[in-house]
Design a binder for this molecule. Structure first.
Ligand code: SF4
Length: 333
């Protein structure tokens, strides 16, 4: 066990201040995320160097489309999560306890070594919610940065500002899962609340971390045109029209077995709302339909990156510009 960052000792308890849940834990108690424990007045991370998922993935799988396209990313995740999304598509690890898994140990320096050996350009903190394995993520990210690797995270964005700002020193790109723009949705479906997620998005932008957004669309639950429009307007106003947004298809999972998969029409409808508001890079994910995951130049409208699944079939970028009209394309290329 590794002593946790971001907690306050109290008379007969500790208060974890890593995420807005602010769990107050008596001796022996474990937080809502299941991975942070009060042991005799000190808060410990139960998942430091204890990943339960380790894979080499295409960066496109995160999804990050405007960040080192075509590169491999060494991806790690642990048990636990600070949300309770009823539609979670990784619930078998996110809703599990560390003790549900074997005692596999992978120290930060070993993560970095393996990433380099496997030809990865980055390390991705992903699969479950990475901010709850904050200490493991930041120690790995520091070492990775020294070795010239980039660091990327795929997060629900439900974290306090102070730890987030510390993370921003080491993260190069982040995909924030903005689950809806509805407060009711957050309360009922995720057991969290929206405002801290919006604050996270604004801070990532301010700190210069490359940002992409995912919005998973669940039929009849969070697919209203009005809410999608409000979300896109907020993004446009707060992080600009060049933030890539991925409208992603839901499939029945965990406690949402009775909802149908998202139709292509629903996803393209969301895409059209975003595009009509002027967002430049709008993608449809999880359906692998030709043409919906391509980057086109917002100036000359020519095809820049042709994607199929997680593969790149054609790349017409010249460094960070469109090779046809020289427009600068926002991202890290
Ligand atoms: S990180 Fe975990 S223990 Fe800490 S406040 Fe959030 S849910 Fe609670």
């Amino acid at each position: 066990m590794r002593e946790a960052s971001y907690y306050i000792k109290q008379e007969d308890s500790v208060k974890c201040v890593l995420c807005p849940r602010d769990c107050v834990l008596k001796n022996g108690e474990v937080g809502f995320c299941k991975v942070r424990k009060n042991e005799n007045g000190k808060l410990y991370s139960l998942v430091y160097a204890r990943p339960v998922a380790v894979h080499v993935d295409p960066i496109e799988k995160k999804p990050l489309f405007h960040f080192l396209p075509g590169s491999k990313t060494f991806s790690i995740g642990t048990a636990g999560c600070n949300l309770r999304c009823q539609h979670c598509q990784n619930w078998n690890i996110s809703q599990a306890k560390p003790s549900d898994f074997s005692d596999r140990v992978l120290e930060p320096k070993e993560v970095v070594k393996q990433a380099i050996e496997q030809g990865c350009k980055s390390i991705a903190y992903t699969y479950n919610e990475p901010t709850i394995f904050f200490e493991y993520m930041i120690e790995t990210a520091k070492l990775a940065k020294k070795k010239g690797l980039k660091n990327v995270a795929v997060t629900n964005g439900f974290i306090h500002q102070e730890p987030l700002k510390e993370l921003c020193k080491y993260l190069d790109a982040v995909n924030v899962d903005l689950k809806s723009f509805s407060k009711q949705f957050y309360g009922k479906v995720t057991a969290a609340w929206l405002e801290p997620v919006l604050d996270t998005i604004k801070t990532l932008k301010e700190k210069g971390v490359w940002l992409e957004i995912t919005n998973l669309i669940i039929p009849s639950v969070n697919d209203s045109d009005i809410t999608i429009k409000e979300m896109c307007e907020w993004l446009k106003e707060n992080v600009g029209v060049d933030v890539p947004i991925h409208f992603s298809a839901f499939h029945p999972d965990y406690k949402f077995q009775d909802y149908p998969p998202t139709s292509i029409e629903s996803l393209t409808n969301a895409r059209d709302i975003a595009k009509n508001l002027g967002l430049n890079y709008v993608f449809v994910g999880n359906v692998f339909t030709n043409g919906l995951e391509n980057t086109t130049c917002p100036n000359c409208n020519k095809l820049l990156i042709d994607r199929r699944g997680f593969q790149i079939l054609e790349n017409n970028m010249f460094k960070n510009t469109c090779r046809f009209c020289n427009k600068i394309i926002m991202g890290v290329f």
